[in-house]
Design a binder for this molecule. Sequence first.
Ligand code: PFF
Ligand code: NA
Length: 450
Amino acid sequence: MQTQFTSRFAFLMVTAGAAVGLGNIWAFPFVAGQSGGSGFIAIYLVALLVLAAPAMICELVLGRMGQASPPTALARVKVENTGKGPWSLFGWSGLAVNILVLSFYAVIAGQAAYFGYYAFSEGFSSMQPSAISALDNGFKINMNLSMLWTILFLGATLTIVSLNITKGIENAGRYLMPSLFVLLIGLALYSMSIGNAKAALNFLFGMDSFSLTTGVFMAAVGQAFFTLSVGICSLMMYGAYMGKDIHLPKAVSWIVLMDLMVAIIAGLVIFPLVFASDVTPDAGPGLIFMTLPLLFAKLPAGDAVATFFFLMLTVAALTSSISMMAPVVARLEEAGLRRITGAFIVAGIAFVLSFMTILSFGPMYDYYPLEMFEATAELNMFELLREGINNIYLPLGGLAFTLLVGWGVRKENLRRGFNIEEGPLFSILHWIIKYLTPFLLLVMIAGIWL
Ligand code: PFF
Ligand code: NA
């Protein structure tokens, strides 16, 4: 097994770095926008606290107890009450889903990197709003361009994973989070001063636009799992590296809080711009790329800030993409492959799969593979992929981990795994993990099929 993180702070920053990424800054605004705002956000908050965060604790503790790559860790965990069970299957499917997530994540991250490059080389400052929204479209239609930036991003991920520079990642995490916070808060204040802050706040938190449908509900739960990276064994690896002295529930609380703040602040950057422009809240995956340049075009020294912002966004995406590739590479290493070979294999597969996304943004935007079912009739390949993973697979993975930890692991061993004292905190947490979270998830998953 690898070296442990050097400190508690490092573990916190690296795990937060894996959790905070495109999910917060790209997905949260666009999914909240598509889902009508405040109703989505209300469910998202509840789902984050009662479903995704407890599942995150379980996933991390499994890694901590198993001390190996996910399938191996899952097979190793001492299951005292429920017998062996098919748990390591969730390790294998989790690895596969990691590659699938990476395949669309890399396309979006590539676009973020391209926008940074564009801000640096051309600049947004002299652009008219119409030219700005054409920029997002132009990138998507030009498949050579999106392929190139996808390859560059996968190449960067591959390099970091194969060099195995834990130290480097620790350092990136250390500076990334604080700078991201400062930058986002500044941008949110500026955006609210030049955009329509009132409409944005009302959309995000007001009662006027509050609406709930099954679709909104599922999107909110899915986003809660995705944003915390829960359900696909990506975090399980970090659990294995985590030092012995870490109070797991406390660490998770910090990570959830940071993750939530970044998402909300990103919303406060984007929506004042949306309501002061021709862009509609339900514009979809291009939302941040259509609105952010509007802000940078007006901001003093906007192109420099834009370059820095998109660079930070790319680094934030990198610290997440590393966490998707690393568990798969760790398993391949256990099978005797060299680290670099494993990383090339994973990046290669992710690149081939990325065409589902690149084509969905380009010529095949209106190809609906599951047209025959009412629920999926108007979802293209990218939407099927993203929504299927977020809204169905991740909650299922989370359910498996809470069941395994809540019912399979002896209470005393679990307490030691969490590294907390006997007492009310542990009792409540154990009750949540054993009953509340799996019960709600089961009801939800059963509801999907009815
Ligand atoms: N949590 C990451 C984000 O919000 O961008 C996305 C993610 C990373 C999802 C790693 C899943 C994963 F395994
Ligand atoms: Na996140």
